[in-house]
Ligand binder design. Structure first.
Ligand code: AVJ
Ligand code: FE
Length: 441
């Protein structure tokens, strides 16, 4: 974005906003009005809430704050304030109906595009590199991923369709890669649309460690399940065991055992879980238990980011495992182009210099780190994006999933959720300590 002219930047912003809106429309037009207002799970909002919430945030940030325009619907600010109403209570609110919500987000977008036409995109603070517009596009895409998770929880015939992801083209990858000890630059102070929690850049020393070359697959995870992993407290943390026991959890969410095989429901399709595809819909606790069973552990957030960004040839941290160029369909499974993770070995062009595959896209990866601010953190533009979530309640996830858009994923991007959550598109890969002298073995 630094290299674009003001007019190119304006066109790019418009394109990114339109892409988000096409996706929101697809996710909400795929079901009828009854489905839109219904709560498919107490973990989720009705889809029609997400839609109008996206419009409400866009009105507040772009129309009012950047544009200085009069409010369209100040009366609904409260309804769509996520902090006023927990998800489980949203269906009872006097929400805009499907047609009203569609009309509202269209009106807001028309005004926001008018603001974009007149905004000085190289200006200071909120409009610098069109940050406010980038933040709004990321926000809509994050809610699109949330709506996709609601679709996964919805019962009934499939309504979403997409081609299968590419097949594996590299086979026999080594199980692990050793990342040598040393400092690296974590976080960023130059990525134009980085959110506050990704900043500022700071040096972190990471000891030698081994990281799995790929995310853990369904096949490998099934070995853990079939080995009695869910009934042996040895592998589980105290909190994880309590969670597993209280909820009677015996396998990843959406899995069913049938005919000595593991099947799963995926957006209304019942099918065998492909053994070479990354496992998805596991909680942090399950990831942690698998890792213990495998004689490993989860990577820290710093280890994950070093593996994803550090270039041993230059010592520099890059934007993505493959370099600084934006993701293309050859690099990573992003953007809901496919309705599932791709098999491991499907994206050799997305691998890091050390040979770690599929760090970006496919499945969010649980890390062992709590969600804390980086040294020098400054809340921007509002405390409610990140700051109010800092602490030991949340675990950090990295890398994005097949349901994350490229605008909302990068090597520095940090997602977070409660360790018991499984409705998100989360999987994991394992790490292991390596004594200094063992590097390269
Ligand atoms: C960063 C994905 C945890 O969805 O709760 C959406 C993003 N913040 N609206 C979420 C977000 C405000 C957030 N996550
Ligand atoms: Fe939101």
């Amino acid at each position: 974005l630094h290299l674009l002219s003001e007019e190119e930047l304006r066109a790019h912003v418009a394109e990114v906003l339109e892409r988000a809106r096409r996706r929101s429309a697809g996710l909400t037009d795929a079901v009828d009005d009854a489905d839109l207002v219904k709560q498919h799970s107490t973990l989720m909002s009705p889809l029609v809430w997400d839609l109008a919430h996206v419009g409400s945030q866009e009105e507040i940030w772009l129309v009012r704050d950047v544009g200085g325009r009069d409010p369209l619907r100040p009366d609904i600010d409260d309804l769509y304030d996520a902090f006023q109403h927990p998800r489980s209570t949203r269906p009872e609110l006097p929400l805009l109906g499907p047609e009203e919500a569609r009309r509202y987000v269209t009106e807001v977008r028309d005004k926001a595009m008018d603001v974009l036409e007149r905004a000085a995109l190289r200006g200071r603070d909120l409009t610098c590199h069109a940050f406010a517009f980038g933040m709004v596009a990321q926000h809509e895409q994050q809610h699109d991923e949330t709506m996709l998770a609601t679709h996964q929880l919805r019962r009934g015939d499939p309504v979403l369709h997409a081609p299968a992801p590419p097949p594996a083209v590299v086979h026999d990858l080594p199980e692990e890669v050793v990342v040598p000890a040393g400092p690296f630059a974590m976080g960023t102070s130059i990525e134009p649309w980085a959110l506050d929690n990704e900043q500022p850049v700071h040096e972190v020393f990471v000891d030698t460690f081994a990281l799995d070359t790929t995310p853990v697959t369904n096949g490998r995870y099934a070995e853990f399940v079939d080995d009695g992993g869910y009934t042996d407290p040895r592998w589980w943390s105290t909190a994880g065991w309590a969670y597993r026991s209280a909820h009677g959890i015996t396998a990843p969410r959406f899995w069913r055992r049938e005919d000595a095989q593991w099947w799963r429901i995926r957006f209304g399709v019942y099918e065998p879980a492909p053994p070479d595809e990354p496992v998805v819909h596991v909680s942090y606790y399950e990831a942690e238990a698998f890792a213990a069973w495998a004689g490993k552990r989860l990577p820290t957030e710093a280890e994950w980011e070093k593996a994803a960004r550090y270039d041993p040839a230059t010592g520099r941290s890059r934007r993505y495992p493959w370099g600084d160029d934006d993701p293309t369909p050859e690099h990573a499974n992003l953007g809901q182009r496919h309705l599932r993770p791709a098999p491991v070995g499907a994206y050799p062009r997305g691998a890091s210099p050390l040979g770690v595959h599929q760090l970006i896209g496919d499945v969010w990866e649980w890390t062992s780190s709590d969600f804390h601010p980086y040294p020098g953190f400054v809340a921007f533009p509002y405390r409610e994006y990140s700051e109010v979530f800092f602490g030991s309640e949340y675990k950090v996830l990295r890398g994005g999933s097949f349901g994350s858009d490229a605008v909302a994923v990068r090597g520095t991007f940090r997602n977070w959720d409660f360790p018991l959550r499984r409705q998100i598109f989360a999987g994991f890969r394992c790490a292991r300590d390596v004594r200094g002298g063992d590097a390269g073995v």
